[in-house]
Design a protein around this ligand. Structure first.
Ligand code: NAD
Ligand code: TYD
Length: 354
């Protein structure tokens, strides 16, 4: 048996591949374009493992995708590939439209052609699982109920709009063509192998480098944080038992304002790797201009996946964030390797004012 995953060299995808192969011998074909966010070193321990076949390429490359499906005949396709950073989508939405919308469309077309030609039993068993985000639902105010699966789509950034469009395409391929799809909408992830352009790894990396810790606006925007391994276990549950055509929200009931997150990271670093001058890393916090159109609050109501599929996260925020900070302290070479010229250019553009 084989599964094909896209975007498996990124943050969540590489955690998923590593977890999958630590628990199962089912082969993984990993199609990833290796954009700035993709990193084959994430999968270094699988370099000589015949269960993992890495292919560098674009989900929008119809010929390549058709060839991979024909050759490997996967029983499922899991689509993690995306442009994923909101700030980059604000500076340049083009790549988001291209990969998240057009790329997903081409992928769906090739999967539909492959699936249509399968034997009836293989057709019934096949799954296309699309990995999406809670950001498609837009922003909540402080007293709104958390997002359920029936919450109206109200995306506010080019990133979330492009993910919303891809979710709609996936839905349409089920309703129109009968493609056996599943969609997951997850809250903010954190954990090992997270590219240091996103809040938590950026704070850990900047703190140690003696750089400012840029907090957008008043730092009171709320995100609902989930340890990445818990997201991976939820995806496995949905793949295994999710009802066709359904969407499942994934979250850990872990809402926190950004400033609290930054304080927690600083306090853990104060404990695990104190600054030489005895001061707290909190002294590096710098308030900077807010992100345009910044969503105020995300919160996931995860009761559907809990009740239907029996999924629950294993980490609390306290255990997960400690593991995460420790992972970055233990992997300075990984951090140095991802801080390429392209990374430095991004940081210089995005944080020019700090
Ligand atoms: P990431 O940016 O770390 O990784 C994305 C991966 O996709 C990279 O390896 C990149 O090389 C690859 N990729 C990009 N364009 C591609 C293309 N055209 N063809 C093939 N591969 C391509 O992202 P992530 O944080 O790992 O997110 C993975 C998925 O999960 C995304 O779909 C994202 O929308 C979704 N998601 C992320 C979060 C989060 O907090 N990070 C939360 C919910 C959902
Ligand atoms: P991010 O990790 O980019 O995820 P998302 O925008 O998808 O939620 O940002 C998380 C929150 O942290 C978001 O409210 C923006 C904020 N933020 C900062 O305050 N400073 C930063 O340097 C970054 C990258 C994010």
């Amino acid at each position: 048996m084989t599964i094909l995953i896209t975007g498996g060299a990124g943050f969540i995808g590489s955690n998923f591949v590593l977890d999958w192969l630590s628990a199962s011998d089912e082969r993984v074909i990993n199609l990833d374009k290796l954009t700035y966010a993709g990193n084959v070193h994430n999968l270094a321990e699988l370099a000589n493992d015949p269960r993992h076949i890495f292919v560098q390429g674009d989900i929008g490359d119809a010929g390549l995708v058709a060839g991979l499906l024909k050759e490997h005949r996967p029983r499922a396709v899991l689509n993690f590939a995306a442009e994923s950073h909101v700030d980059r989508s604000i500076l340049g939405p083009g790549d988001f439209i291209q990969t998240n919308i057009v790329g997903t469309f081409h992928l769906l077309e090739q999967v539909r052609a492959f699936w249509s030609a399968l034997e009836p039993q293989a057709q019934a068993d096949f799954r296309f699982l699309h990995v999406s985000t809670d950001e498609v639902y837009g922003s909540l105010s402080s007293d709104d109920a958390a997002f359920t699966e029936t919450h109206r789509y109200e995306p506010n950034s080019p990133y979330s709009a492009s993910k919303a469009a891809s979710d709609h395409l996936v839905r349409a391929y089920h309703h129109t063509y009968g493609l056996p799809v599943l969609t997951t909408n997850c809250s903010n992830n954190y954990g090992p192998l997270h590219f240091p352009e996103k809040l938590i790894p950026l704070m850990i990396v900047n703190a140690q480098a003696g750089k400012p810790l840029p907090v957008y606006g008043d730092g009171q925007q709320v995100r609902d944080w989930l340890y990445v391994k818990d997201h991976c276990s939820a995806i496995r549950k949905v793949l295994q038992g999710g009802r066709l055509g359904e969407t499942y929200n994934i979250g850990g009931w872990n809402e926190k304002p950004n400033l609290d997150i930054v304080h927690t990271v600083c306090d853990l670093l104060d404990e695990l790797k104190p600054r030489a001058d005895g001061q707290s890393y909190r002294s590096q916090i710098a308030y900077v201009t807010d992100r345009p159109g910044h969503d105020r609050r995300y919160a996931i109501d995860a009761r559907k996946i809990e009740q239907e599929l029996g999924w629950k996260p294993t980490e609390t925020f306290e255990t997960g964030i400690r593991k995460t900070v420790q992972w970055y302290l233990d992997h300075p070479q990984w951090v140095a390797q991802v801080q390429s010229g392209a990374y430095r250019e991004w940081v210089a553009t995005q944080y020019a004012q700090v």
